[in-house]
Design a binder for this molecule. Structure first.
Ligand code: CA
Length: 242
């Protein structure tokens, strides 16, 4: 049972995702508009700062879960904003954007305390995957994770449904763990491929992800959860409606 989020439509997504507050500091108005829209559809509540001074002000005035800072900003550049926020919020996940593929920028950004770095131009799914990876790293999960009747013991790598052991392959396990860690949030195909390649397996094409999702859906028919397809973005796992 799938649903879709329109790629270009004006409508709201048909489900409500948990809100992550994101500060977007970007002086290119068209890019900022496009990102605000796309991030909004991906479940973020976006606050836009058109220059570094506003970004600095908002970061110190409001609580954000994550920040995306363009380096080349008027009034105060992204690196200066980052240095300021690190003084008071050392754990805030921060991703830098740069128009240039400059190694100096990258090094300076990482030295200033950035968690990740994306060079313009970039594809939105790549940015989204990196943001979700940062959020996942910043939110520790317990050794045992459950949803519905599904339980994953992340120490022993054993899955069970209602106490009955569930046979899953290595790739299925990785996929399941990713979906459960990001419950109610979209897991992109890029994230899945990256997680699989980190596990040392051969990299899978787009179709093979669909095959694995299909298998998991069949195995989890009685687990009290659903894996939804978010067209153009990826998949998300939710508790089944009562
Ligand atoms: Ca700029």
């Amino acid at each position: 049972m799938g649903f879709s989020v329109p790629d270009t439509g004006q409508g709201l997504p048909s489900i409500k995702l948990p809100v992550m507050k994101l500060l977007l500091a970007e002086d290119d108005a068209m890019l900022a508009d496009a990102l605000t829209t796309q991030l909004g559809r991906a479940g973020f509540e976006v606050e836009h700062a058109p220059n570094g001074a506003v970004a600095d002000y908002l970061l110190h005035k409001q609580g954000f879960d994550i920040a995306v800072l363009d380096i080349g900003l008027p009034m105060m550049d992204g690196l200066a904003v980052l240095q300021q926020v690190r003084l008071t919020q050392p754990a805030l996940p921060v991703l830098l954007l740069s128009a240039r593929d400059a190694l100096d920028d990258r090094v300076a950004g990482l030295q200033a305390g950035a968690d990740d770095y994306v060079t313009k131009p970039f594809d939105f799914p790549e940015l989204l995957a990196r943001l979700q990876a940062l959020l996942r790293r910043s939110q520790p999960t317990g050794a045992a994770a459950t949803m519905g009747r599904l339980s994953l013991d992340t120490t022993s790598h054993r899955a069970s449904v209602g106490g009955e052991p569930l046979e899953v392959s290595g790739r299925e396990w990785t996929l399941l763990e990713l979906l459960l860690q990001q419950r109610d949030k979209v897991v992109t195909k890029e994230q899945i491929n990256q997680a699989w390649s980190e596990d040392g397996g051969e990299s899978g094409g787009g179709n093979s992800i669909e095959v694995y999702i299909h298998r998991l859906r069949r195995k989890l028919e009685d687990a009290g959860l659903v894996i939804r397809t978010v067209r153009g973005l990826g998949y998300l796992m939710q508790a089944a409606p009562a």
